[in-house]
Design a protein around this ligand. Structure first.
Ligand code: BJ8
Length: 423
C-alpha cells in the first residue's frame, strides 16, 4: 500500500496514525473472513476491495475530483444517493466502525457517547480517513440527539449540511422531508455546478435501484436452507455497497448471485445441515465492526438477514422509475426514504411488523438485537421488539456493545447459550 503514500500525504493525512489503522485491518480481516471454509469464489472481488480500501477507490475519487467532480460524504442511509449522482457527484458512506482517534474525539465530545459518533469525530480530528479528506461536503441529519449536536462541532472542521429528518411519519412530516430533499438537491447542484434534470435523475434512480435489486437478489438467496453464503460475507458486501462504484459493484454482486444460485441448486451450504438461523437487528455495523457477526457465526449459527441500516433498511424499497417530470421524481425519491424504519421514529411499529415477517420469510430460529453502547433510540426500542417477538414466541437475545474487544468473551458465552437454547 506504500505506493499510495504520496496520495495520502497530499490529502493531509496523519501518516503515522493512518499507518496504525492500516496495520490493524489485515490481521482482523484474515481471522474474520479469510478463514471461513467454502467461501464463494465471487467473494474474491470484495476481498480485493477491502485490500484496496484506502488505495484504489481513493485514487478513483481523486481522479473524479481532478476532472471537476465532487465527493459528498454521509453518515446515514437517509441521505439520497440518487440526488448526488444525478448532479454528477459521488456519494460516499463514511464508515465510523472502529475506535481510532478516540483521544482526539474526547477533546470535543463527552466520553460516554455512542461509539459511531466518537469514531467519525475521531477520524476527522486525527486525520486518518482518506474518504473524509476527499469530501467536498459532508451531510449530517437530525436523527438522534448525539449525531445532531456532533454535526455542529464537525462543521468547525469540514463543511456540514444537516438535513432535518422527521421523527414521525405523519403527512406533515412527509412534506417536511420532501422540502429537505428539495433543498438538498439545490445545494448539491450548487456544490457540483451541474443541474439535476429529469434525464439525469431518471438515470441515477435506475442505477441506484439496480444496486438495490442486486442486494435484494442476494438477500433472497439467503432464504434458502442451507444458506449459500455466510452472514459475515453478506454484511461485508452491504458495507462495501456504501462506497464502491455503483455500476461495478452491482455487476459483481450479480455475478456472485449467479454462483450462489448454482450452490442452491446443488444444495451446497457453507454451514453443516441443521445450523441454527439467526436474524440480526439494531444499530448499523459499519466497517470494520464485525465483532458480533463473527461471534455468532463461530458459535453454531448462521446469520440469514440483517434488519440494519447496513442491511435490509439500506436496500429494501425501490424508487418508482415511472415519473415524467422532476417534481414527481423528487417526490418518489423522498417517499422511498420515509419507508426506512429507524428507531428515531415514534411510533416505529413498522420495524416490529417487518421483523416478524422476516423471521417467517427467512425461516429464522431466533433474533439477536444488537445496539451500540449509549444509543438510546435502539436500546429503548429493544423493549418494543421484545414485547412483539414474545407474543409471536420468537426467541430474542438483547446485546449492547461497543467497538472494543473487552466484552468479546462475555458476549460469546451469552450468544452460545442463546444458540444452544434454540436447539
Ligand atoms: S437511519 S439507524 S443510519 S440514524 S447508533 S448515531 S442512532 S446513538 S446510526 Fe442510524 Fe440513519 Fe437511523 Fe440508520 Fe445515534 Fe444510535 Fe449512535 Fe446511530
Amino acid at each position: 500500500m506504500s505506493r499510495y503514500n504520496e496520495m495520502w500525504r497530499s490529502l493531509g493525512l496523519n501518516m503515522e496514525a493512518h499507518d496504525q489503522l492500516l496495520q490493524a485491518l489485515p490481521p482482523t480481516y484474515h481471522d474474520v473472513y479469510l478463514t471461513q471454509p467454502g467461501r464463494p469464489a465471487g467473494m474474491e472481488y470484495f476481498d480485493f476491495v477491502i485490500n484496496e480500501i484506502h488505495g484504489l477507490r481513493i485514487q478513483e475519487l481523486q481522479e473524479h475530483k481532478a476532472a471537476g467532480g465532487k465527493v459528498i460524504g454521509a453518515f446515514c442511509v437517509f441521505v439520497p444517493e440518487e440526488i448526488v449522482r444525478a448532479a454528477g457527484g459521488i456519494c460516499i458512506g463514511l464508515c465510523s466502525g472502529i475506535d481510532l482517534g478516540g483521544a482526539e474525539a474526547e477533546k470535543v465530545l463527552p466520553r460516554n457517547i455512542c461509539p459511531l459518533i466518537k469514531s467519525f469525530m475521531g477520524f476527522k480530528l486525527a486525520k486518518i480517513c482518506p474518504y473524509f479528506e476527499s469530501c467536498d461536503l459532508v451531510v449530517g441529519e437530525t436523527t438522534c440527539d448525539g449525531k445532531k449536536k456532533a454535526f455542529e462541532i464537525l462543521n468547525d472542521y469540514i463543511p456540514v449540511h444537516v438535513m432535518e429528518t422527521p421523527h414521525m411519519k405523519k403527512e406533515r412530516d412527509r412534506e417536511l422531508w420532501l422540502d429537505e430533499v428539495k433543498e438538498f438537491a439545490g445545494l448539491v447542484e450548487q456544490t457540483t455546478g451541474s443541474a439535476i434534470t429529469p434525464e439525469t435523475l431518471a438515470r441515477s434512480i435506475r442505477e441506484v435501484n439496480g444496486k438495490r435489486r442486486a442486494l435484494l437478489r442476494l438477500a433472497e438467496l439467503r432464504k434458502n436452507n442451507p444458506a449459500p453464503i455466510s452472514g459475515k460475507d453478506s454484511l461485508l458486501i452491504e458495507q462495501i455497497a456504501m462506497y464502491d462504484d455503483v455500476e461495478r459493484f452491482t455487476a459483481k454482486v450479480n455475478e456472485l448471485c449467479d454462483e450462489l444460485e448454482q450452490k442452491v441448486r446443488d444444495e451446497a451450504g457453507i454451514f453443516p445441515a441443521g445450523t441454527k438461523r439467526v436474524i440480526v437487528t439494531g444499530t448499523p455495523m459499519a466497517i470494520p465492526n464485525w465483532k458480533v457477526p463473527h461471534i455468532i457465526e463461530t458459535s453454531g449459527a448462521v446469520i440469514v438477514a440483517e434488519e440494519l441500516c447496513t442491511g435490509l433498511r439500506y436496500f429494501e424499497n425501490l424508487v418508482p422509475e415511472e415519473a415524467d417530470n422532476l417534481e414527481s421524481q423528487i417526490r418518489n425519491v423522498a417517499a422511498r426514504y420515509m419507508g426506512i424504519n429507524c428507531a428515531v421514529f415514534t411510533p416505529n411499529t413498522a420495524r416490529m411488523d417487518r421483523l416478524v415477517e422476516l423471521v417467517k420469510e427467512y425461516r429464522a430460529d431466533g433474533v439477536i438485537h444488537c445496539a451500540l453502547s449509549f444509543c438510546d433510540p435502539y436500546a429503548v426500542e429493544a423493549n418494543r421488539v421484545e414485547q412483539v417477538l414474545k407474543k409471536e414466541s420468537i426467541p430474542l437475545l438483547k446485546i449492547e456493545t461497543g467497538y472494543d474487544r473487552e466484552d468479546a468473551g462475555q458476549l460469546k458465552t451469552r450468544i452460545e447459550a442463546f444458540i444452544e437454547m434454540l436447539e
